[in-house]
Structures are given as C-alpha cells and as structure tokens.
Design a protein around this ligand. Structure first.
Ligand code: SP5
Ligand code: ZN
Length: 339
C-alpha cells in the first residue's frame, strides 16, 4: 500500500481540551501522525510525501469565508483582546441566532461547533497539509487502484463551513469530490470511525453523486450527539443517498462487521466509480475515547471485506487515539487490505 502524508501535519498540537468543566489532555496529538507513519513504514509500506496541489481542491468543498478565517485568524490574533497561544471562543452561533458579526471572536463562533478545535500558530499549515495528503491520496488511488492517506488532523466532523470534533478540513470529502471530478462517476464514502461522520454527511446530504454511509456508536449519548441517526437518509436529490448504522455502545466485532457488510452491500448497488473509506481506528476495544469493542482481528476482517468489494479505494485516516493498539490496528488493516 502506498502511504501519502504531509510532514506539516505535526504543526497543530493542542495540549489541553476544555471538556465538561475541566481541562483534560487533548486526545488529538501530533504524535498520532508520527506513530502511524512509523508503523506503516516499519511494516514495509511505501511512504510518499504529498505534492502541494494548492487550495483549489479544498475550495471545491469548503466555504470561502470559512477558509479565509481559518487561514488568516492567527495572523490577526492581536484583534482578540487577551489572546494567548491558542485562539478559541466560548460563544457559538445557534440555528436561530446566526448573524455574522464583524469581530474575530464572533466570526469564530459562526464557524466552530465546539471547544475541541483551538487554532494555534501552525494550525492552518497542519490542516492544509493533511488535506494535501488526501488530495494526493485520491490521485494515487485512481492511478494504482488503492492508497492510504495519512491525514492528521482528522476531517470527518468538519462541515463545508465549520470545524468541530478535532477536525478543520474534511479530508475524505475533499478526496471524494476530487474523485467525482476525475471519474465523472459516483463515489461512495464508507465511514467506520467510532464517531458518526456528521461533517461528511452534511457536505453531501443533498447530493446523489456521493453516497455517504457511516457505521458508528449510537449518538444518542455520544459525540456528535445531533446527527448520525438511522432515519437521516438525505434530502432533495440526495434522498436515499445517506445511510447511518448506529450501534449500541459496547458492541464488538460481530455487530460492527455485520453493519460494514450491510454498508458494502448498499454501496455495491450504487456501483460507484470509487470508494473513500473514512478509516477511524477508534472503534478499537483499547481506544481511550472509543465505546465499541472491536479487536485487532476485527480490523483485519473489515479490511478484507472492504478490499473484497473490488473498488478503486482510498483509505483516509480519521480518528484513533494514542494507545499500543493504534499502530498495531493500522498495520493489521493495511496488511489485510493488501493481501
Ligand atoms: C475524529 C474524531 O474521532 N473526533 C472525535 C471527537 C470527539 N469529541 C469528544 C471528545 C471527548 C474527549 N474525551 C477525552 C477523554 C480523554 N481521556
Ligand atoms: Zn472518531
């Protein structure tokens, strides 16, 4: 498997996360990139640095005002009274209250969903680099049949105009959009991160040319809470082109693999030109923030099932947090996919 990555990934490294009234260590650390890259290299996969293909493919998915804010807010931070190493707001726009203010702090609240995405000196470079890995990965998958984009920071909670859930730019959506443009056909996204891929769902919700399917822990009492239910099936032309398979917390390999099998059957019906797998590894039984109980063998089986679909496939890294099982499960997945 070819591994496409961008070394700028490490330039966003948030230390703390304000959650439920306390500051806790931020789970989405730069070391995730190093650990995943080194494990893939040690397992013999070919590692390639992504070329810089510019903002065009990112603009094809994301809102211009949002990109402008993300790319300039650090340079303009002096406009925020009392700002330190990190830019973050505690004021978030609501559906019934979303006028665009002129000040930076208010503008941030229009484009942030929660407190997990602080903006630091290197944040834009890191998320831009992570997106370049997805873009290069999409091109590589189209050329070679499959590829793995080592995207970090992750992307699937980012909407066209908002960050949230550790995500800023939706790498899987950017890759899928590029594959739609390159093939002129339909593209499917299968999201197996333990969290619902709400941003990806939102980006393609009204579209028939990108089928989005997510297998995740029930959001009734789990992030992202406000989306990811089984009755969300798309809108307008996209009706019938979104599928959610929420699983009870504590589910292990059996229900998870059954849901992936059902998702692959739905994807086969759509006969897509390409598949993007939003490859979170946080469904692992050992993940520090996961609530499913998927084993290493389960990841291997999922990879064999997905490879068995015989589609041009790009694997895009999503979540999966630091623990001994994280690199092991990546190596198991990539090895089983290639076999
Ligand atoms: C890409 C992805 O997997 N995003 C997940 C966002 C989850 N947000 C809620 C995080 C709750 C963090 N709890 C941390 C406990 C650390 N011991
Ligand atoms: Zn996740």
């Amino acid at each position: 498997m070819r591994i496409i990555h961008d070394a700028r990934s490490v330039k966003h490294d948030p230390e703390l996360f304000f959650r439920r009234g306390s500051l806790i260590p931020h789970p989405e650390r730069a070391d995730r990139y190093r650990v995943l890259r080194d494990a893939a290299a040690a397992a013999g996969h070919r590692i390639t640095e992504a070329a810089d293909q510019g903002l065009g493919p990112i603009r094809a998915v994301h809102d211009a005002g949002y990109l402008d804010l993300l790319s300039t807010v650090w340079e303009r931070r002096a406009e925020i009274p009392g700002v330190g190493d990190e830019i973050l707001t505690g004021h978030f726009a609501r559906p019934h209250m979303h006028r665009a203010p002129t000040g930076l702090l208010g503008r941030l609240g229009l484009h942030l969903a929660d407190t997990s995405t602080p903006i630091r000196a290197g944040t834009w470079e890191a998320v831009y680099g992570s997106a370049q890995a997805a873009i290069g990965g999409a091109d590589c998958a189209l050329d070679e049949g499959h590829a793995y984009a080592l995207c970090r920071p992750p992307g699937h909670h980012a909407y066209a105009d908002s960050a949230g859930g550790f995500c800023f730019l939706n790498n899987a959506a950017i890759a899928a959009e590029r594959m739609v443009a390159a093939t002129g056909g339909r593209v499917a996204i299968l999201d197996i991160d333990v969290h619902h891929g709400n941003g990806t769902q939102g980006i393609f919700y009204a579209r028939a040319d990108v089928l989005t399917v997510s297998v995740h822990a029930d959001p009734a009492d789990y992030f992202p809470f406000f989306a990811g239910y089984a009755d969300e099936t798309g809108s307008g032309e996209g009706t019938g082109h979104n599928r959610n398979r929420p699983l009870p917390h504590g589910s292990g390999d059996g229900p998870w693999l059954d849901a992936i099998g059902e998702a692959l059957a739905e994807i086969a019906v759509a006969r897509p030109a390409a598949l993007v797998v939003a490859l979170g590894l946080d469904a692992s039984e050992h993940d520090p923030i996961g609530v499913l109980r998927v084993t290493g063998a389960g990841f291997g089986q999922a990879a064999r099932m997905i490879a068995g679909a015989g589609l041009t496939t790009l694997l895009v890294q999503e979540g999966g947090y630091l623990c001994d099982a994280l690199p092991r499960n990546l190596v198991t997945f990539l090895g089983a996919f290639d076999a």
